[in-house]
Design a protein around this ligand. Structure first.
Ligand SMILES: *Cc1c(COP(=O)(O)O)cnc(C)c1O
Length: 394
């Protein structure tokens, strides 16, 4: 009986059985193209409409403000590139942060090459944007503020409502990458003064390759994909009907289960945090202790390499991550951990564990024990640790 404990739910999640079940008929039975006129296609059309309404309801938005995309990255690209283009007569300055997902950061860098100016805001030691700095960075030619709702590596939740208020007080559009937050935190677009919001199916027990961009009515935004008249002529291409149905089901499921699920995750999360910090010396928790996503844990263990830790955890059936899925595989330390002020060598020894509702405290006992043994073993092989201990004993 080999163990398997999946703790990488910020990278992707398992599609819920009811999500898959809801999708299946739209591959094999009701496979009509929603744009066709005959009655048979009406079923696909209705399914797309229903999913759009479910998502709009969850956000307190209108159904015609939800635009389906092929995931979170596309929604982020769209929000930045199309806003930049549509508002360039007003100005070419965009504000974002140093801890965004690469779907935002690399798009911002692309826009810089196209002649836009981007301010990348610093964050404090917990990863929170400083509102005073945000205010100071606003210029008459600022057209967009794009700040993530919650961070995918360290789980920190931003003061989104205050950011939205600042944006709107200055007549600036506000976009938020809510890929990690949507489904974990209640979000209402009016309450938080959000003009655009990105989300993705596979981060909330839905299918991969489907997501959406919420675009507030009245926001000028250009088409992202040119072609047919789908998505109110703004994103052409035959709708991914099964994906859209799965996303709708996943959202419905996430909204109904949110309170109970996140309460459980917080309890299990805090259990592991206390255990690891209590039992393993020279360890820190990255991100805010409480103001973090219910399912996110991020540790740094001094004197070890995160990659070695991951490989050894894998041998014990535990799936974790050293940062975001996009940076793992490269030797650069996480841009997020550097932005919160960690020195390179400590950022290198980090471990992200992101839970699902299925994880129990018993699982965490096993995980804590494995981490403890592995960290001790790796440290026993580390010359840095040996030096440090010698100095310390004096
Ligand atoms: C996963 C993720 C994305 C990208 O979403 P995809 O659907 O995988 O393209 C964007 N932003 C954040 C914060 C994410 O965690």
């Amino acid at each position: 009986m080999s163990k398997f404990i999946y703790l990488d739910n910020a990278a992707t999640t398992k599609a819920a059985p009811e999500v898959v079940e809801a999708m299946l008929p739209y591959f094999t039975e009701d496979y009509g193209n929603p744009s066709s006129v005959y009655e048979f296609a009406g079923k696909s059309r209705e399914a797309v409409t229903k999913s759009r309404e479910t998502i709009a309801d969850a956000l307190g938005a209108q159904a015609n403000e939800i635009y389906f995309t092929a995931g979170g990255s596309e929604a982020d690209n769209w929000a930045l590139k199309a806003t930049a283009e549509a508002y360039e007569s007003k100005g070419k300055h965009i504000i974002t942060t140093k801890i965004e997902h690469h779907a935002i950061l690399h798009t911002a860098e692309y826009l810089e090459k196209k002649g836009y100016e981007v301010t990348y805001l610093d964050v404090d030691e917990n990863g929170v944007v400083k509102l005073e700095e945000l205010k100071k960075s606003i210029r008459p030619d600022t057209i967009l503020i794009s700040i993530m709702f919650a961070n995918n590596e360290i789980g920190t939740i931003q003061p989104v409502k205050e950011i939205g208020e600042i944006a709107h007080a200055n007549g600036i559009l506000f976009h938020t990458d809510a890929v990690q937050a949507f489904g974990q935190i209640p979000i209402k677009v009016d309450e938080f003064h959000i003009d655009m919001l990105s989300a993705s199916g596979h981060k909330l027990n839905g299918p991969k390759g489907i997501g959406f961009l919420y675009i507030r009515k009245g926001v000028k935004i250009r088409s992202f994909v040119h072609g047919g008249a789908q998505e109110r002529k703004r994103r052409a291409g035959t709708e991914n009907v099964p994906g859209i149905v799965g996303l709708g089901k996943a959202v419905e499921r996430a909204m109904t289960s949110m309170g109970k699920r996140t309460a459980h995750e917080i309890e299990v999360r805090d259990y592991l945090i206390e255990k690891v910090l209590g039992e393993i010396p020279y360890t820190r928790l990255n991100g805010h202790r409480t103001n973090r996503l219910p399912n996110n844990i991020n540790f740094s263990f001094q004197f070890i390499e995160g990659e070695s830790l991951l490989i050894m955890l894998d041998m014990e059936g535990i799936c974790g991550s050293s940062g975001s899925a996009c940076t793992s595989g490269s030797l650069d330390p996480s841009h997020v951990l550097l932005a919160i002020g960690l020195p390179h060598e400590i950022a290198h020894g980090s471990l992200r564990l992101t839970l699902s509702e299925e994880i129990t405290k018993e699982d965490m006992d096993y995980v804590a024990d494995a981490i403890k043994r592995i960290v001790e073993r790796l440290r026993s092989m580390s010359p840095l640790y040996e030096d440090f201990m010698k100095k310390h004993r004096k």
